[in-house]
Write a protein that binds this ligand. Structure first.
Ligand SMILES: Nc1ncnc2c1ncn2[C@@H]1O[C@H](COP(=O)(O)OP(=O)(O)O)[C@@H](O)[C@H]1O
Ligand SMILES: [Mg+2]
Length: 426
């Protein structure tokens, strides 16, 4: 009995020493600490522990989502960047093929084919395609010719300036005869010496060139930049003029044209917004449409009864992801002449004007606001006016949403219009 006692006393002392060392070691070990805490949680707060695990899962999921959306934003920014540095011609031809920005539905194949026919320009004759960028073709020409150079434009034997046919704030437009045969229009800067207006015209002419070739835009025949003078030659004809004058020239106004023709114009107008909003990677706002009348002056009716955008002087881009919004510079001195035509977020009151409130930040949805008013402006008095109003009631009322984000895209409206065209005229 002694022995075991002696042994056990000695052992006990040893065991005590080992025990103390072990306790000190374990007590200072983080692994053990976490186990103790974890065990304590399990034992005394089981419910809370479950929540803690769920919370962990939730946090993990959220962090993952945060990382994902961050990556998406990064990817999207990269795509936006890539899109904006791609050549403009690629972008415009992508638009023709409906390879457009994320989230914008493509035009269904049957409607796309119909749209192609609606947009077909008369000067193409049997040709499948319009000329490449930098070339033009006019009625009666057998092949595409390169844009005129400054020398050719300044040579009176090649290009004859005729009479004044139009002009707005920035430009003076003359009719011209090219090679004694082909009608063109020559647009000069009205005040090239004025830095603001001269620059505006130069940028406007460049915008028109950026979108070449497009069935939605006036065809460029030549351009010359000499100092602050930016002169542009475009397709024209003896009767070609803007929609405002077309309406004024006849007692019947637009009623001179049948419903099918006018609805095709509407398709072209909405398709034109679709081009500006979706073809260049980032949406561009058409800033030069302050009143219904001014809107009509920005579209020229051509010989083939097609309307084309003729004035793209101010097209600021929107980049919502990078907090970049557009604002329109030339806003009739800030006081709107027809406020109801202008989107609410862009309107000014007299009071704003007196306080010198700066230009309002907008997106391309400010253009969408105008579409129902444009549609009734074109279709007014037509036999189909009420049917169209009824059929488009839903999408048109969405265009008038106070919140710009709730307004549809130009693409969605275009598809709706094409469906109506197909069921009524095709
Ligand atoms: N190719 C064209 N053929 C016929 N008329 C044209 C042509 N281009 C412009 N115009 C006429 O000139 C007007 C002014 O042109 P626009 O480019 O709108 O100038 P601004 O920038 O000064 O408003 C148009 O409203 C239209 O009547
Ligand atoms: Mg104009």
């Amino acid at each position: 009995m002694e022995m075991p006692y002696i042994v056990s006393r000695r052992n006990l002392t040893c065991l005590r020493v080992i025990g103390i060392i072990t306790v000190i070691y374990l007590a200072t070990s983080p692994l053990y600490q976490s186990n103790i805490i974890s065990n304590l949680l399990h034992k005394s707060h089981e419910g809370n522990d479950v929540i803690t695990e769920e919370q962990n899962l939730y946090d993990h999921h959220h962090t993952k989502n945060r990382i994902q959306s961050g990556m998406e934003i990064f990817k999207e920014q990269k795509t936006q960047k890539e899109l904006s540095i791609r050549t403009q011609q690629d972008a415009v031809s992508d638009h023709k093929l409906n390879k457009t920005v994320k989230g914008i539905p493509p035009v269904p194949a049957d409607l796309k084919m119909m749209l192609g026919k609606i947009l077909r320009r008369g000067f193409l004759d049997d040709r499948e395609e319009s000329c490449e960028k930098g070339f033009y073709i006019l009625n009666g020409m057998s092949k595409c010719e390169p844009w005129l150079s400054c020398e050719e434009m300044n040579n009176g034997k090649i290009l004859r300036k005729m009479k004044k046919i139009g002009g707005g704030v920035g430009k003076l437009v003359y009719s011209g005869l090219l090679y004694d045969k082909f009608s063109v229009a020559i647009a000069y800067s009205r005040r090239p010496g004025n830095p603001r207006l001269g620059e505006r015209v130069r940028v406007g002419n460049e915008n028109l060139m950026k979108f070449q070739p497009s069935p939605y835009v006036l065809q460029v025949v030549g351009h010359c930049l000499q100092g602050p003078n930016s002169t542009l030659i475009t397709e024209s004809c003896s009767q070609c003029t803007d929609l405002r004058r077309v309406r004024k020239r006849s007692k019947l106004g637009f009623s001179k044209f049948d419903d099918k023709q006018k609805f095709e114009w509407l398709i072209k107008i909405v398709g034109g917004f679709d081009l500006l909003h979706h073809a260049m990677g980032l949406p561009m706002v058409h800033c030069d449409l302050h009143t219904p009348d001014e809107f009509l002056t920005q579209y020229v009716l051509m010989e083939d009864n097609q309307i084309v955008m003729s004035d793209l002087d101010e097209l600021p881009q929107v980049d919502v992801h990078n907090n970049v919004f557009a604002s329109c510079k030339e806003e009739t001195d800030g006081v709107m002449k027809s406020p109801e035509f202008i989107a609410p977020e862009q309107r000014y009151s007299e009071h704003d004007y007196e306080l010198d409130v700066s230009r309002k930040p907008i997106t391309e949805k400010a253009d969408i606001w105008k579409i129902p008013d444009i549609a009734s402006l074109i279709m007014r008095g037509s036999p189909l006016e009420q049917t169209i109003e009824r059929k488009m009631d839903y999408i048109h009322s969405q265009c008038k949403s106070e919140d710009p984000k709730l307004r549809p895209t130009a693409r969605a409206i275009l598809i709706e219009y094409l469906q109506f065209y197909k069921s009524s005229f095709w």
